[in-house]
Design a protein around this ligand. Structure first.
Ligand code: CMC
Length: 427
């Protein structure tokens, strides 16, 4: 039994339950704090606040550890597949052979989107950002499945989850096809989840498309590395949207909107653009100086993390994968040289050492995606595709949690106190 935590406010001391996790910091249960003290707690950015209980993903940011349902991310990335990790995140255990085959079959049977949805795409500008398109079309899915989705029924929640995991590759590939003016390709269900996505993206109806197994394996690994990441901004957005009982497809659209920002999923696009802008290892010192300059808003994109104060374990796998992919595809990309040298210089610079700023998952992913042939605007859309499974797993967990309540933060009010209305002519 963990000792309760005593909090003193003024001359009053109150005890609050201390909740232990299976691993990681204990949590002080302050649910009665306001009722007992009349005070709120203040924590912008939730740096010290556990917003929920979760059994899905564990991160130890100081040690650089990331576990999904207990399994280390490097083991999953090296030895598992995205379908298997998706099952694990949703159901809590690795699937047996039959369970995996059934799950993969089920997902492949939901890959098509309603034909009418393709007409939605035609309403977007050709140069629309894929994340703008995804916010729209994933939200629009709610109009196709609203009446058939009773979120209080676990089975229906799982069907909605399968639909989302299955349809995201189709929707992301369609966003790409729309931007380049090529026809949409229907899914081909005898291909793997990732192979099917590559074909829908890079294939054309006029030719047979052979999935390159090296690219397929690298892409699958990238999907695994992005599948879930605990209560990050977009996942918390999905949970908050879902806490009101909203339609799950609409909740995912909210998550996509949040992910788009450059401080979150948009960093992979920004990181590659930055590496391209640097262009030559000789210019790195100039950019390091800018990153350290308090008067310059520039930050090294792909560096730093709210939780990891040690190497992001996903970045380690990503770096090795970048090397493998470029070697296997026989590509020499000067951007990779800039990335490696930038990492080397930053990791030896007192500014980055003192602030514990290490490369994050987005630092190397862009190099791989660029080598595979994706334009930078697509990078965050690929992140959204992979993170969808994390979002639906966390959304399911939240809805089935008996302690779940609508998310309703409070505030420290610093505005005007009560005053009387003055008619416009007398102001
Ligand atoms: N380059 C230069 N300085 C930085 C950077 C950076 N990338 N990141 C943080 N700092 C400095 C920052 O200026 C601050 O300095 P000081 O204490 O002197 O004011 C200090 O480090 C702490 O920064 P913070 O903004 O308070 O930290 P945070 O935890 O709120 O922000 C972050 C985390 C990821 C938003 C931030 O590190 C950042 O903007 N990084 C670049 C964007 C990026 O790569 N984002 C992807 C995150 S990983 C993928 C994902 O999960 O979405």
């Amino acid at each position: 039994m963990t000792e309760p935590t005593t909090i003193k406010t003024g001359s009053t001391e109150k005890k609050y339950p201390t909740l232990p996790g299976t691993v990681g910091p204990d949590v002080v249960d302050i649910r009665k704090f306001y009722a007992e003290t009349g005070m709120f707690t203040y924590d912008p950015g939730f740096t010290s606040t556990a917003s929920c209980q979760s059994a899905i993903t564990y991160i130890d940011g100081d040690a650089g550890i990331l576990l999904h349902r207990g399994y280390p991310i490097d083991q999953l990335a090296e030895r598992s597949s995205f379908m298997e990790v998706s099952y694990l995140l949703l159901h809590g255990e690795l699937p047996g052979e039959k369970e995996l085959a059934d799950f993969t079959w089920t997902i492949s049977r939901h890959t098509m989107v309603h034909e009418q949805l393709s007409t939605f795409y035609r309403g977007f500008r050709r140069d629309a950002h894929p994340m703008a398109i995804l916010c729209g079309v994933v939200g629009a899915l709610s109009s196709f499945y609203h009446d058939s989705t009773d979120i209080t029924d676990a089975k229906q929640r799982m069907i909605a989850s399968h639909r989302l995991i299955a349809k995201m590759p189709t929707l992301v590939a369609m966003a790409f096809k729309y931007s380049v003016g090529q026809p949409f390709l229907y899914p081909q269900n005898d291909l793997s989840y990732t192979g099917n996505f590559l074909r829908m993206t890079f294939g054309v109806p006029a030719e047979k498309y052979d999935v390159n197994p090296i690219i397929e394996a690298a892409m699958d690994k990238i999907f695994i590395l992005h599948a879930d990441h605990e209560q990050n901004a977009s996942t918390s957005t999905v949970r908050l949207a879902g806490s009101s009982g909203a339609n799950p497809f609409a909740c995912m659209a909210a998550g996509i909107a949040c992910l788009w920002g450059p401080a979150h999923g948009g960093a992979n696009e920004a990181a590659l653009n930055m590496l391209r802008e640097i262009g030559d290892v000789k210019r790195i010192p100039e950019y390091i100086a800018r990153a350290k300059d308090k008067n310059d808003p520039f930050r090294l994109m792909g560096f730093g993390h709210r939780v990891y104060k040690n190497f992001d374990p996903r970045a380690k796998v990503m770096k090795t994968t970048a090397d493998e992919v470029l070697r296997e595809l026989n590509i020499s990309d000067p951007v990779l040289d800039v990335a490696k040298e930038l990492e080397h210089i930053a990791l030896n610079d007192p500014y980055f050492i003192d602030k514990k700023l290490y490369p994050n998952v987005d630092f190397y992913s862009g190099v791989i995606l660029n080598a595979i042939g994706f334009p930078t605007e697509m990078f965050t859309a690929l992140f959204a595709l992979a993170r969808t499974v994390g979002w639906v797993a966390q959304w399911n967990e939240m809805i089935s949690d008996p302690e779940q309540k609508i998310g309703r933060p409070r505030q420290l009010y610093v505005g005007a106190t009560q005053r009387d209305y003055v008619p416009v002519g007398s102001r």
